[in-house]
Design a protein around this ligand. Sequence first.
Ligand SMILES: NC(=O)c1ccc[n+]([C@@H]2O[C@H](COP(=O)([O-])OP(=O)(O)OC[C@H]3O[C@@H](n4cnc5c(N)ncnc54)[C@H](OP(=O)(O)O)[C@@H]3O)[C@@H](O)[C@H]2O)c1
Length: 229
Amino acid sequence: MKAIITGGNKGIGLEIAKNLLNRGYEVHVLSRTGIDSPPDGIISWKTDVADYANTIKIVDTIGAANVLINNAGIMNTKTARDYQSAEDILHILNINLITAVRLSVHLAEQMAESGGGRIVSMGSIAGTIGHPDIWYGISKAGLVNAMRSLARTYGPRGVVANTVAPGPVETDMMKSIPEERKSRLKSTTINQRFCTAQEVAETTCWLATDAPAYINGEIIDMNNGMNYR
Ligand SMILES: NC(=O)c1ccc[n+]([C@@H]2O[C@H](COP(=O)([O-])OP(=O)(O)OC[C@H]3O[C@@H](n4cnc5c(N)ncnc54)[C@H](OP(=O)(O)O)[C@@H]3O)[C@@H](O)[C@H]2O)c1
């Protein structure tokens, strides 16, 4: 059993990689900086997912995967007005959304041919709340719709595609958020704490493996009461 994780070399993605390894998967991790000396069973590939041509070449070299986790992502400390050029906008959309959707379609075709497979995308609470980084929020909302579309198109042929939408998680991505804002956000949760990367990984890997296939095109929110749908 083979799994591909974009952005699996640190943070949430690395926890997903370790979880799938423990479940017996051969795990392929795609990131710009890679993993130095990955554990046995985790294979690290270097690519910028914004470069789709190079990324798809790697994915085709890896060969038929049973699981795809679209986890690579960036968030900018920019407001809507700070995005001055189409290039700026396309950069974040390429990383967070466009490559993820193109990879998903590519692998869903293969999965459907071979009887099925599972895709999980890393969404975010940012996809529903109107995030200050407008294009980050849009990219996360787009993933939800893309997974739903794939579920409808490929679900009849055994492909299961879902989204996990966490609230804040203490990873490198959160380093740009001021402590005062983090405390304020934490205070809006039921348990006065952020989600851990391990908790997100557990949920993601459950959807990618043991979850009933009837859960298809869905979103699992993980924000501890910050934002009930
Ligand atoms: N932390 C949160 O509060 C939070 C909440 C909800 C959702 N999320 C989502 O969770 C996912 C993982 O984020 P994280 O919190 O674990 O942050 P992180 O520690 O910054 O990890 C981001 C991952 O994405 C990879 N990545 C970034 N740009 C890339 C590119 N151009 N090409 C290939 N890989 C790239 C990074 O690897 P390299 O830098 O080596 O390329 C890294 O593996 C993201 O999609 C994020 O939006 C995070």
